[in-house]
Design a binder for this molecule. Structure first.
Ligand code: SF4
Length: 233
């Protein structure tokens, strides 16, 4: 697997666990708020770390670590993902996968084969606004719907997460997401924060009160909706 980043310890990426995080490059989306645009647009120019080296580190630290988070970019696009996850699972550590959900068949196979223990799937928007915020001219909403349904029905631990951007997110978006994902276990809202390397410069986040309004709308449909610190990966 081609690894572009390795965070040896984090308490932020795998809920409730001291984990390490692995970052792949490349993505099939071009989200306007993406904060890893160089990793998405020109992964070949980004430094890499040997997957063997990363695995050695994980093996050595397996008694201290409580999990491994595999993030991106979009990890499901890497042909070496299955092999890498198999090697991690051999250490006995649980794996969390961060994904945009656009590869439902890969996701299904990884779940069925017991190679992942938790999934965090980005929900970019309601289905009407998805293509625009994902930066795609051609977009098949069925693929996203299939991944979301899979997570909601498979019994695997999961969470949905949505980065909220002022220029794109409205009360209608919140109701649209809620109606679509009605009955889901958990959705986390993350306010957008501008930074260097964002795909489309000049976007804004919201003030706290507006986020609370969106949270309360979504709570009409989804069991647990919380506001979390910023993240747009
Ligand atoms: S935010 Fe995630 S899904 Fe969107 S372009 Fe960036 S890496 Fe891809």
């Amino acid at each position: 697997m081609i690894i572009h980043g390795f965070n040896k310890t984090t308490l932020l990426d795998y809920p409730g666990k001291l984990a390490c995080s692995v970052f792949t490059g490349n993505c099939n989306f071009r989200c306007v708020f993406c904060q890893n645009s160089s990793l998405v647009l020109e992964p070949e120019k980004e430094p890499t770390i040997s997957d063997r080296e990363v695995l050695e580190h994980i093996k050595k630290r397996k008694h201290i670590l409580q999990g491994v988070c595999v993030s991106g970019g979009e990890p499901t696009l890497d042909p070496g993902l299955r092999e890498f996850l198999t090697a991690i699972k051999e250490t006995g550590l649980p794996v969390k996968l961060d994904t945009n959900g656009y590869e439902p068949e890969t996701l299904r196979a990884l779940i069925n084969d017991g190679l992942i223990d938790m999934v965090a799937m980005d929900i970019k928007s309601d289905l009407d606004g998805y293509a625009e915020i994902a930066g795609l001219d051609r977009f098949d909403p069925e693929r996203i719907k299939e991944s979301a349904k899979l997570l909601m029905e498979s019994g695997i631990e999961y969470e949905f997460r949505t980065t909220v951007v002022k220029e794109y997110f409205t009360v209608k978006t919140a109701h649209g997401i809620g109606e679509w994902l009605k009955g889901a276990k958990a959705l986390y809202l993350q306010d957008f924060r501008d930074s260097d390397g964002v795909m489309v410069p000049g976007l804004h986040g919201f003030e706290g009160e507006k986020l609370i309004q969106f949270r309360d709308i979504l709570r009409q449909y989804i069991e647990k909706v919380e506001i979390r610190g910023t993240d747009a990966g």
